[in-house]
Design a protein around this ligand. Structure first.
Ligand SMILES: [Zn+2]
Ligand SMILES: [Zn+2]
Ligand SMILES: [Zn+2]
Ligand SMILES: [Zn+2]
Ligand SMILES: [Zn+2]
Ligand SMILES: [Zn+2]
Ligand SMILES: [Zn+2]
Length: 1734
């Protein structure tokens, strides 16, 4: 197909390319009917350019469109070459002082919490960095796309509206200067013409609705008949559904379908009001014109960027009314067809609106008016539309309504408030008989609509967000009109969702409650803001108050319902009330009108309007009983729910009660109900109120009838009812405490907002120390998402910084504890008891008594002042007396301690109150608060009950009230103090009276003293215990690994074999003939599974360590390299880039091999059953041999056998006299190798008869006492042999990613490799952390390295002898060349430590056949020396010689001259290719530095291999241990002596190494080589400020979808690649499965393991393989020491280096997989995530 089309396409191109823009523009300039001319041009060319074959070429289209279509317009507009014209325009333009940058998806935006007028005011990163706000408290978020930078908008910022860049342009702002003055008349006219035509064209074609017919003036003469099949998607269908539909409709593969689906989502072709996915056929020319229409809109957007004048002309054109009058301007037409356009088209024109209409101050206003006029229609369209709000033009409301001046104008001129509220009400039509909203039986569609309608509330919030500073009469009028509408709305909510108590049966269906609460929650801020507006103007406040009261009367006018009132009377007081029982009749939790009135009432008090204009207020109309009725019912409902009376009403009620008190709702629900009661009570006789309250609580009978309580408890034996009533009494007392004690709202008490927030914080921190975010969550936020906490927190709390884990915490300052109120009204039950416990504990610690008396309270405002009289009212005293009486006669009554506790608290409050009154009394006033007198009086004649005081004195000694004793004592003490104050004149000091009280209670003194001493002793004991356990915990924390083992396995290996400094004074040597002989140590270990102890012996049953083998690239110096074909890969030589190694780790837990096998079998069986049954994943993959260590649950995949030092078993010939020197030894070995190779060749030649064999051997001159036919006996038990094979095979399988094959010749190589690699990785960790080589290693590491090394050394015994010999020969040949191996790597391409390990561990296979008396130790030593020398040559060849500077200080030392000599030799052998000779000092330094890692690794290796204790010198940290290492390793301190001593053979070897062609290529600069020392790999450098990462990621686009922004940009912390994660577009196939970009990347970058940072989420992601992953806390913290996973809070985040190091350490230690395992075990939901799709 494509090939046939190609020439045709090109033919079109040529005809198009011949068009000249200048000519066309010239023609247009002459035209009489420009519109016709232009349309003809478009009709002709647009389909030619945009009607293409099956595959669109967007770049080509763009190029042609620019050339043929847009070019002429630009020429026309400029009247000259636009390349000159536009720059001219740009120059003449005065640059704007507005930034207006439109945000991309994911771009960081900044808001200033100090200066932004509202949270929608944001800055782009560039402006932010140049603004004053960068030093303020700012908030950072990522943009969801859309919206623009508000820099330069003076209405958006209280301070600093301009950044440095935009400030430059402000100096010359003259108000309302017409930007057109900078343009010439001609340009204006032409621009106007062309804009008018083109804008109209675009609007016309985009809103065109016919499928196969064009507008008449665009119809072509020759019309092709190509049609497009269009797919329309919406927000409802998922990607998967689209993909499935495509697969079916177009018959394509899943891959192609995925490709299409991503295009569908971002491109055109998307929507058209369709519920099922719709496919439509459209004529190609329509599609072409529509495509161009969009192009045109973007073009207009960019053209106006040249000049403000052009922008203004475009605005003018857009808003000009068309021929059809109202709503016919182009802008109106676009807006009104918004919901009919597809997603792509919408965002294009929204962007144009933002860069034109919203950027021009004059037209912004006009546009705002148009928007407001169309508001109702736009919102209705949006509600029925199915795209998200960000794709609706309605979303522009945020840009308009949040501008205070525009909002104000729209309110006064367009009555915007009323419009919004009425539109909202129109969409919620379901009402019940009383006209209230009804959400019951809501259909799914209605629910969907309801969700959409909520955005209108947001608009209302935007309009109200900035309060007017000045009120005009019009504004007042329109605001009050809006307020009326708002009251109508609230009226529909008053009493909605009423409930009735269910008795007998449980309710059948949980009633709907969420919709009503959603509405309430969304409105919460609006209600608060309405009150704020009212508060800012006295007239408005008065009017609003009247209106609100009127509406409340309408709601509850006939609240008596015509019933006969009933009369209540107690203590000679009586009151009439209605008959109503919460437990029997309907009750609703929704009372927004009452609550609004309560709010306004407080404002009357706060603004003092109540005192200034009492005559204007309808205070006389207020009926206090009516006001309190419904809020009281609501509070009683809560009490009854707590008392368990509403259990049968199910969870919906429990949830409602929860939200009623919740921080999100309480401000406009629970809090206001309390205020309403306070309001009502302050206007009533408190006795009347208390009686009504008793009646509503259904407790009237109990307190009004003498001795009712007694009867009640004896008659009614039903325990539940007794319990219920007790709870109700407690709740009622609690409510009284609140009514009198809650005076921290400004207006209720004489406090300010700061006092209120301080009190909230004090009470939160009384529960426990809290992190910043935790505290924020517990405080109510205002509409700007502020809690006001930062301004006061310092005053009440100390900040404690976070450690490596955990968060920063705020702790309450001790001096604030006295403000603690146990009955703080925002405490939940659980919080209250926690706080009580915490506060009592604190008091005990401070050796104070544990009473928690009520705090001293601020005075009430005058309007509420009478509230305190509740405390001394007769009914209250009667209630108190009754309850105390119950407590005194504690056996006869049903009462509870909490009841008593509350009564004591109330008495305490009354005493505090009286004391304060007395303290503040002035001469002329008499203190009317006489609580002390009242409680001293005994009861009246008939009852003759004792006084309250007397009862308290009795209770003081009651043994059953031990807990409350301190409180009672406090009350009596305070009582006496108050009494004294009253008796003495007001002037007498209080302190004096205090003293006498002490006297009075002196009889208790002795007792108290004894008690005090006992208490002190107890405290001391407690303290010591606490200290001890603290120390213990500390110790365990620090030595976790050690502790686990010593506790659980006291007989573990390390306990016996320690680095004990046995022979500290003699020199320890790890290898060679002078190897230090260590007395044989017996080793006993205990199996963690059967607890049996066993000695580790050669012939006994195998003991194994749980181990985990993994591939690793942690040390890699070349991440682009990976094993291509694992079946053919030869791992014999490790390249020095260490690109892929095999790492082994262990948790150090020991088991019998057979115990482990049994355990593993059972895990396997269990897992198979589980998978069949539950289809659940686990954190480990049994089929891959994975299991969890039975003790510590550490992820493992194999086991390592425990062995004794293997050399001691074979090396029983310890006669070291007369051993060959290096030269002799190399010769001997070479001969032996030759013999072996000869024999091998003989064997492989088939025609060889066995008889002939011996002759040839003779011919060869078999070296003396070399017996190649000897087969050593394997000393190990069967079980150990089996484990040697098991671990070897596992290493092979994992390391090469192949199927297990124990016969494979590569198995031994992989074992040696893993040993070498693991040692290298540990050496790196120790060096990086500046730890000594043989310092205290964690046991698990020590055990692991020991077992691994010994295992690798013993493995040859279970491998084929000839295979191992073959490996040895080849390895040996890489240093000592022989004829049969030619294709060996040059010494630059060999990792010398791997080579050393391989040679040493393979050597026994050769040595066992040698009976000449040469010991293994001799061989080890010579191999080590040889490899060391090769390494030195390697270092010298690659040493970097650019350095000069630093002159040597001392005269040449021995090493320096030696190294110079050696370098000269090298120079000579390389044919002078080696660079000029640098100074000897410099060379010596680089050799010394370069060889250190190798020496350290070797020391570790020989230490574990031979079991020689490490010299004490290397156990302590210090700069360099070079000499000590040399001694330990049997090396001369001057390493070059090695060369001098063996110069004979070394010269020829060096020569052969240098003659290698690769070495030559390197020296000639044709290739690169690794230099030494290799630097440690580090994770990438992260920026200090997190927002630069966000910015970086927002510029990153998906590499596969042509410039689209990636949704989940993810940063690889290992190599720094940015990936497009979690998205279909970037899935690739890996081993036959589709995987996401991250998983794919782990395979190339980390051999399966990956560490990423998800930038949008601020979350670290660990991945291992395809199925394992977890999230990890990010290394970025805010100023409060907290992370922000998900970037929800938006506090500035900064890099925490320590935490980042911790992540790096996990990586270095190869613990990422283990970390994932632990995370998945702890959180099962992590297991279910499809990690491979990330
Ligand atoms: Zn900006
Ligand atoms: Zn700026
Ligand atoms: Zn600021
Ligand atoms: Zn066992
Ligand atoms: Zn373990
Ligand atoms: Zn992508
Ligand atoms: Zn990477």
């Amino acid at each position: 197909m494509a090939s046939e089309l190609e020439p045709e396409v090109q033919a079109i191109d040529r005809s198009l390319l011949e068009c000249s823009a200048e000519e066309i523009a010239g023609k247009w300039l002459q035209a009489t009917d420009l519109t016709r001319e232009v349309y003809q041009h478009l009709a002709h060319y647009v389909p030619k350019i945009y009607c293409r074959g099956p595959n669109p070429f967007p770049q080509k289209e763009d190029m042609l469109a620019q050339h043929v279509l847009l070019g002429p317009m630009e020429w026309y507009l400029c009247g000259e070459d636009p390349a000159f014209g536009f720059p001219k325009l740009e120059q003449a333009n005065k640059p704007s002082h507005l930034c207006g940058r439109v945000f991309k998806v994911g771009e960081p935006t900044y808001s200033c919490r100090d200066c932004a007028v509202d949270p929608t005011c944001v800055l782009c990163m560039e402006c932010f960095l140049g603004s004053i706000h960068r030093d303020h408290r700012y908030r950072m978020t990522t943009s969801g796309g859309g919206g623009f930078c508000d820099c330069g908008d003076t209405e958006a910022w209280k301070e600093g509206p301009y950044c440095q860049k935009h400030e430059l342009n402000t100096s010359e702002i003259e108000e309302e200067e017409d930007p057109l003055v900078h343009l010439s008349e001609d340009v204006i006219a032409r621009t106007y013409n062309i804009f008018a035509i083109m804008f109209r064209y675009a609007v016309e074609i985009l809103t065109w609705e016919k499928e196969s017919e064009l507008p008449a003036d665009l119809e072509m003469v020759e019309k092709s008949d190509t049609y497009y099949c269009m797919l329309f998607n919406d927000e409802v269908h998922t990607y998967e559904q689209v993909i499935y539909t495509l697969q079916k409709a177009v018959n394509c593969t899943q891959k192609e379908a995925i490709g299409f689906a991503t295009t569908v989502d971002r491109d055109r072709n998307t929507i058209r009001q369709t519920k099922p996915l719709k496919v439509q056929v459209m004529h190609s020319s329509i599609v072409a014109h529509q495509n161009f229409g969009l192009k045109l809109l973007s073009w207009l957007g960019s053209i106006i960027g040249y000049s403000d004048g052009l922008r203004r002309i475009l605005c003018q054109v857009g808003l000009q009314e068309g021929p059809d009058g109202e709503n016919s301007s182009l802008v109106d037409r676009l807006m009104l067809s918004d919901s009919k356009l597809w997603k792509g088209a919408r965002s294009v024109y929204h962007q144009l609106f933002m860069s034109s209409l919203l950027m021009d101050l004059k037209y912004k206003k006009l546009f705002a008016v148009r928007f407001a006029k169309n508001y109702e229609r736009l919102q209705s369209d949006y509600v029925t539309d199915d795209h998200d709000r960000e794709f609706s033009v309605a979303d522009l409301s945020v840009q308009i309504f949040t501008v205070p001046s525009l909002a104000r104008m729209l309110i006064t001129e367009e009555n915007l408030m009323s419009i919004i509220i009425k539109t909202f009400m129109d969409h919620l039509r379901h009402r019940d008989a009383q006209g209230r909203f009804q959400f019951e039986r809501y259909t799914a569609l209605q629910a969907f609509k309801f969700r959409r309608v909520q955005s209108l509330i947001l608009d209302l919030k935007y309009v109200l967000i900035s309060k007017p500073t000045e009120w005009s009469d019009e504004l007042r009028q329109k605001f009050l009109e809006g307020f009326d509408a708002f009251l109508e709305l609230l009226k529909c909510m008053q009493g909605m969702d009423p409930i009735t108590r269910q008795v007998g049966q449980h309710i059948e269906m949980e009633p709907e409650w969420e919709a009503a609460f959603t509405l309430q929650m969304k409105l919460t801020h609006v209600i608060s803001m309405m009150q704020d507006w009212c508060a800012s103007d006295e007239k408005v406040l008065i009017e609003a108050y009247k209106k609100c009261l009127a509406v409340l009367m309408q709601c509850h006018g006939g609240y008596t319902d015509g019933e006969q009132p009933i009369t209540l009377s107690i203590c000679g007081h009586s009151v009439e009330t209605i008959r109503y029982c919460v437990s029997q009749e309907k009750v609703s939790i929704h009372l927004p009108v009452s609550r609004l009135l309560a709010g306004l009432h407080v404002l009357l008090s706060k603004s003092e309007v109540a005192y200034k204009f009492p005559e204007l207020l309808p205070l006389s109309e207020l009926s206090p009983p009516m006001l309190i009725e419904h809020p009281l019912r609501c509070l009683v409902l809560c009490a009854q729910v707590h008392a368990g009376m509403w259990r049968r009403n199910g969870f919906s009620l429990v949830n409602q009660i929860y939200y009623y008190h919740n921080v999100k709702c309480r401000r406009e629900m629970f809090d206001k109900d309390v205020v309403m009661l306070q309001t009502g009570v302050s206007m009533m006789d408190p006795n009347h109120f208390l009686m009504i309250m008793l009646s509503r609580f259904e407790l009237y009978q109990i307190f009004s009838t003498p001795d009712y309580g007694k009867r009640f408890s004896s008659e009614i034996t039903h325990k539940d009812v007794v319990q219920q009533n007790n709870t109700l009494i407690e709740e009622m007392l609690y409510l009284i405490i609140m009514l009198v004690g809650e005076r921290f709202s400004p207006g209720v008490g004489q406090v300010n907002a700061t006092d209120e927030i301080k009190r909230e914080i004090i009470h939160q921190l009384s529960i426990k120390p809290m992190a910043h975010s935790e505290l924020v969550k517990s405080l109510p936020e205002d509409e700007n998402k502020e809690t006001g906490m930062e301004s006061v927190i310092e005053a009440v709390a100390h900040f404690r910084k976070p450690g490596l884990t955990g968060r920063g915490m705020y702790e309450l300052k001790p001096e604030c504890a006295k403000e603690f109120n146990l009955y703080f009204y925002h405490f939940s039950r659980a919080e209250q008891s926690k706080a009580e416990e915490a506060q009592r504990k604190l008091k005990r610690q401070n050796r104070e008594d544990t009473a928690l008396p009520p705090p001293v309270l601020p005075p009430f405002c005058p309007l509420f002042a009478s509230l305190v009289n509740i405390l001394q009212s007769d009914v209250m005293l009667c209630i108190m007396g009754t309850i105390l009486q119950w407590a005194v006669e504690h056996n006869g009554y049903a009462w509870s301690e909490s009841m008593l506790q509350r009564v004591l608290h109330l008495i305490g409050m009354a005493l505090q109150e009286e004391k304060q009154h007395l303290e503040n009394v002035t001469e002329e006033h008499v203190v009317t608060f006489t609580f002390t007198q009242k409680i001293s009086k005994p009861g009246e004649a008939p009852k003759n009950s004792p006084s309250i005081l007397a009862m308290l004195e009795t209770l003081q000694n009651a043994p059953y009230l031990e807990v409350h004793k301190d409180m009672i004592r406090w009350i009596l003490k305070t009582f006496n103090a108050v009494k004294k104050m009253r008796e003495s004149s007001p002037t007498s000091p209080v302190a004096e009276t205090e003293g006498t009280i002490m006297e009075e209670s002196s009889r208790d003194k002795d007792k108290a003293e004894r008690k005090r001493k006992a208490e002190i002793a107890r405290l001391r004991r407690e303290k010591i215990m606490a200290q001890m356990s603290e120390m213990q915990r500390h110790f365990i924390d620090e030595n976790k690994e050690l502790f686990q083992q010593t506790l659980e396995l006291d007989a573990s290996t390390s306990a016996v074999l320690d680095n004990s400094p046995v022979a500290s004074d003699m020199t320890l040597t790890a290898l060679g003939p002078t190897q230090t002989q260590v007395p044989e140590q017996r080793q006993f270990v205990t199996c963690i599974l059967c607890q049996e102890e066993q000695e580790v012996k050669v012939e006994s049953r195998a003991m194994v360590l749980a181990a985990f083998v993994q591939r690793s690239t942690v040390l890699s110096k070349n991440r682009s390299k990976f094993i291509q074909d694992p079946e053919k890969y030869d791992p014999l030589f490790m390249h020095p880039d260490l690109s892929c190694g095999t790492h082994t780790s262990s948790c150090g837990h020991i088991m019998h091999a057979h115990c482990w096998q049994r355990y593993f079998d059972s895990v396997q069986a269990k897992e198979q059953r589980r998978q069949q049954r539950l289809r659940l994943h686990t954190s480990y993959d049994v089929e891959n041999g994975e299991f969890l260590c039975p003790l510590c649950e550490c992820l493992s995949n194999t086991v390592i056998p425990l062995l004794l030092p293997p050399r001691n078993i074979f090396n029983n010939r310890l006669n070291f006299s007369d051993q060959p020197n290096l030269t002799q030894w190399i010769r001997t070995i070479s001969q032996q190798i030759k013999a072996l190779q000869f024999l091998r060749k003989e064997e492989s030649t088939p025609n060889n008869a066995s008889t002939k064999n011996s002759e040839n051997v003779d011919e060869l001159q078999l070296p003396e006492r070399f017996r190649p036919d000897f087969r050593p006996k394997n000393p190990y038990s069967e079980s150990i042999k089996e484990m040697l094979t098991t671990f070897g095979t596992a290493t092979y399988k994992v390391g090469l990613k192949v199927h297990p094959n124990e016969e494979d010749p590569r198995v031994p190589i992989m074992c040696w490799g893993s040993c070498a690699y693991t040692i290298q990785s540990i050496e790196r960790i120790l060096s990086d952390e500046d730890k000594p080589l043989f310092g205290p290693l964690p046991c698990r590491l020590d055990d692991c390295l020991r077992s691994l090394t010994r295992f690798a050394a013993a493995h040859w015994t279970v491998a084929s002898l000839s295979v191992v010999q073959g490996h040895f020969c080849k390895l040996f040949a890489s240093l000592v060349p022989n004829d049969s191996h030619e294709e060996l790597p040059c010494i630059l391409d060999i990792d010398m430590f791997h080579l050393l390990v391989g040679l040493v561990l393979a050597f026994p296979a050769l040595q066992c056949q040698d009976f000449s008396g040469i010991s293994l130790g001799t061989g080890d030593l010579h191999i080590f020396h040889l490899v060391t020398m090769a390494h030195i040559i390697q270092i010298l060849l690659t040493s970097c010689t650019e350095e000069n500077g630093m002159d040597q200080e001392n005269p040449t030392c021995e090493e320096e001259s030696a190294v110079l000599a050696l370098y000269k030799t090298l120079h000579q052998y390389t044919g002078s290719a080696l660079k000029e000779i640098p100074s000897g000092w410099h060379l010596w330094r680089s050799v010394r530095a370069g060889i250190m890692p190798f020496l350290k690794c070797s020391a570790l290796f020989f230490h574990y291999l031979n079991g020689v204790p490490s010299p004490p010198d290397i156990q302590v940290p210090g700069t360099s241990h070079f000499e000590h290492l040399c001694n330990y390793l049997s090396l001369p301190n001057n390493l070059f002596c090695l060369f001098q001593e063996n110069s004979e053979i070394m010269n020829s070897l060096i020569e052969s190494w240098c003659h290698n062609s690769e070495v030559k290529r390197y020296l000639e600069g044709e290739r690169d080589a690794i230099r030494y020392p290799r630097e440690s790999n580090k994770l990438i450098n992260l920026p200090e400020d997190y927002s630069s990462l966000i910015n970086q990621a927002s510029n990153f686009s998906c590499p596969k979808s042509g410039g689209d922004k990636s949704r989940a940009p993810t940063l690889c912390l290992v190599c720094g690649s940015l990936l497009c994660s979690q998205s279909y577009c970037c899935q690739t196939e890996l081993e036959g499965e589709d995987v996401g970009a991250c998983t794919a990347h782990t395979y190339s970058c980390g051999s399966g393991v990956g560490i990423f940072l998800r930038v949008r989420e601020c979350q670290v992601l660990f991945l291992a393989g395809k199925t394992k992953g977890c999230f990890y806390s990010p290394p970025y913290l805010d100023d409060y020491g907290e992370t922000d996973q998900g970037l929800r809070r938006g506090n500035p985040l900064h890099l925490c280096k320590e935490r980042f190091k911790k992540i790096q350490k996990l990586w270095h230690q190869h613990s990422v997989t283990e970390e994932i395992g632990h995370a998945q075990e702890a959180n099962q939901t992590l297991v279910g995530i499809d990690w491979q799709h990330l």
